[in-house]
Write a protein that binds this ligand. Sequence first.
Ligand SMILES: [Zn+2]
Length: 105
Amino acid sequence: MVTGGRERRRPIRSCVACGRTADKRDLIRVVRSPDGLVSVDATGKKSGRGAYLCRALACLDTALKSRRLERGLSLPAPIQEQVVASLRAAMADSAPGGPGGAPHV
Ligand SMILES: [Zn+2]
């Protein structure tokens, strides 16, 4: 019995805010390191528990309002403002108003 062919290797993740699934590289990863520090993981390689967001401010806002990042990361406390700030910066950086990036919310 042969189940030939390989699966595509693109890792798919879903946004904690809108649930949209996308290539991991199209999402922003927020990671909580084993010692509890939360940071934006630009490389996708940091170890720790991660949560993903679309590169869209709307999703960031949704995630913040509904505490979905905290839930996704199992954080005991609200996410720090400096983390939010770097998330906003990362989104502004990586979303040059390009086409096709806007999620339908
Ligand atoms: Zn989203």
